[in-house]
Design a binder for this molecule. Structure first.
Ligand SMILES: NC(=O)c1ccc[n+]([C@@H]2O[C@H](COP(=O)([O-])OP(=O)(O)OC[C@H]3O[C@@H](n4cnc5c(N)ncnc54)[C@H](OP(=O)(O)O)[C@@H]3O)[C@@H](O)[C@H]2O)c1
Length: 295
């Protein structure tokens, strides 16, 4: 690792996601200009079910960004009472629409609906979350395709800030399908910005702090507010806060802010992994356009 070498203690350097997102979105904007110049109008459709505060906010941000970047963005909002069949019908309509290149189904969907089943209805070529089983299969095999946005954003964030994980021990707390599991696959790949020795811990590892304390890079991906505390952090380690939970609009991160006293570098409570996640969504969206037009 470059400027944050393990075992140097002090106040942690911050690793903001904003500059990383700006760079990625700049690249996306340039690609959209090129596509439009070639007569292609990039289109990213969004689907929201219900009225969960955080989801409504996220969709609004994504819609605004889509428009700023030059995407058209048809949107369907279903009531919380919508059935699984209603949701599938919306996805199938977007699948059939050749003018729509990418489809985002905002996650989580209300209880009673099955996000995983809905994803399986989606045309894998239109997957922009990188969460379709075909996309995850490609990730597992190291084949090109959309990569889950939060893990891809974390890899980009670390690389942008000069934190090399190659040959280093990365411990990921959480094996969820959105973050922990795909991140572990991603950072273990044979690539300059990956090549890490990855350990994944979860509720099946009761003594997970023992593993966390030896991590040179510790990624919190549990969704348990405050679960990562200073005593879990190796002095000088890099700490990435991916897991969050919402209490209404209030964001409750996995990483207790006091970890900054022990870590060498740490993502900020707000403006860390979130912006990079959104940026990677648009990188995937441009990829979907290119697949559709054969570019
Ligand atoms: N910042 C962002 O932009 C962004 C984007 C997407 C997701 N997220 C957040 O990322 C987090 C993970 O999402 P996900 O869908 O991948 O995860 P998930 O399916 O909710 O899984 C959480 C994981 O954490 C583990 N875990 C929970 N409590 C634990 C404990 N007390 N001790 C040890 N391990 C524990 C679970 O272990 P078991 O498997 O043993 O149950 C599970 O593997 C969520 O908080 C989500 O909100 C953030």
């Amino acid at each position: 690792m470059s400027s944050s070498s393990v075992d140097s203690v002090g106040v942690a350097r911050l690793l903001p996601g904003g500059p990383v997102a700006d760079r990625v979105l700049g690249e996306v904007a340039a690609e959209v200009v090129a596509l439009r110049a070639a007569g292609v109008t990039p289109s990213l459709a969004t689907v929201l079910v219900g009225d969960d505060d955080a989801s409504v906010g996220y969709i609004r941000i994504k819609q605004r960004l889509a428009s700023e970047l030059g995407f058209v963005s048809p949107h369907v909002r279903l009531p919380a009472s919508a059935s699984q069949v209603d949701l599938h019908r919306v996805i199938e309509d977007f699948n059939a629409d050749r003018g729509v290149h990418g489809v985002l189904v905002q996650h989580p969907v209300p209880g009673g609906l099955d996000y995983g089943r809905a994803l399986q209805v989606l045309d894998p070529d239109k997957d922009v979350d990188g969460m379709h089983p075909v996309s995850l299969g490609r990730l597992a095999l190291g084949l090109p395709g959309p990569v889950p946005c939060t893990p891809a954003g974390i890899e980009a964030l670390l690389a942008f800030h000069g934190v090399s994980v190659a040959g280093r021990e990365v411990v990921v707390l959480g094996r969820g399908a959105t973050l922990g599991r795909p991140l572990a696959m991603l950072l273990a790949q044979k690539r300059a910005t990956a090549n890490a020795a990855v350990t994944v811990v979860h509720t099946g590892v009761a003594d997970w702090p023992r593993f966390a304390r030896r991590a040179e890079v510790l990624v919190a991906a549990a969704g348990v507010p405050g679960i990562v505390r200073p005593e879990h952090v190796r002095p000088g380690a890099v700490v990435v806060g991916g897991g969050v939970r919402y209490a209404g609009r209030r964001l409750l991160p996995d990483v207790d802010p006091s970890c900054a006293r022990v870590a060498g570098a740490i993502t900020p409570r707000v403006g860390g992994v979130g912006p990079t996640t959104v940026a990677m969504l648009f990188r995937n969206a441009v990829g979907a356009v290119r697949r559709a037009v054969g570019g």
